[in-house]
Design a protein around this ligand. Structure first.
Ligand SMILES: [Mg+2]
Length: 263
């Protein structure tokens, strides 16, 4: 048989809680804040963490990551801490909200960490495959995280909602990524921790998703997609991700996947 060699699968990753460990960095930073601020000690750390995540989700919903200036996020964070203080049973002034926010931010930067196994996986894949990132947030913040992880050079394209003007799960951000990578949807795979943003978003653009479910969240019945719980063992996970990307079609109404061809 003649013909061109199959194009290597392009692997797109989400960034927060897929490569960069935002959740546990956040938990560690809140732990420091709780140690230093007696007012927060009334809440157990797990509760404080859950409350903070809920407030962060509210910011994401109201502010989004398209078009808002940097100052708006700083102000939103200060307001988050004022609300968090309220939930812990004390009233923080606006000024205290800013002070808590700055203390948290310092601790967050100090306690940054990768998702275990993510950095070796990206480096392993990048030796033979294009690797991109599709992420909702501000460009400068996400660039900083990738540089911290030491994998900025391996990532091309880096597609950030702030720059694109659209956020996951909007299919247009995935289509922008495909154009930037010069790849067809069927030759790409998307690995991400968010069912709504990464799994359903990628599927809407025809990209095969792999759900990174490290905390064992309940799995929605449909659509049937490949799932990984950790990045170890590295070679096995890398092969599973690439195999997933090599499947050319899915049944139109979800359900079981069908393998049309393999590389
Ligand atoms: Mg994520």
């Amino acid at each position: 048989m003649t013909g061109r060699a199959p194009k290597p699968t392009t692997v797109f990753f989400d960034l927060d809680d897929t490569l960069f460990d935002h959740a546990l960095t956040c938990r560690a930073a809140l732990g420091e804040l709780r140690r230093d601020e007696p007012g927060f000690r009334r809440l157990p750390l797990d509760r404080l963490w859950r409350e903070y995540q809920a407030e962060l989700h509210r910011t994401d919903q109201t502010l989004g990551y398209v078009g808002a200036p940097r100052e708006a996020y700083d102000a939103a964070r200060a307001e988050r801490f004022r609300r968090l203080a309220e939930r812990a049973g004390w009233t923080a002034t606006e000024e205290e909200g800013w002070r808590l926010s700055r203390a948290y931010r310092r601790a967050y930067l100090r306690r940054r960490r990768p998702v275990p196994g993510a950095v070796p996986l990206v480096r392993w894949l990048a030796r033979s495959h294009p690797v991109g990132v599709i992420t909702n947030n501000q460009v400068a913040e996400q660039e900083r995280k990738l540089r911290f992880l030491g994998i900025r050079g391996e990532i091309d394209p880096l597609v950030v909602s702030e720059a694109v003007g659209a956020e996951k799960p909007d299919r247009s951000i995935f289509e922008t990524a495909l154009r930037a990578a010069r790849v067809r949807a069927r030759d790409a795979v998307m690995v991400g921790d968010s069912w709504a943003n990464d799994v359903l978003g990628a599927r809407s653009a025809g990209i095969r998703p792999v759900w990174f479910n490290r905390f064992g969240a309940p799995r929605p019945a449909r659509p049937a997609v490949d799932e990984i719980g950790s990045y170890r063992p590295l070679a096995g996970v890398a092969r599973a991700v690439l195999r997933s990307g090599a499947r050319r079609r899915t049944r139109p109404r979800g359900g079981a996947t069908r393998v049309i061809s393999k590389p």
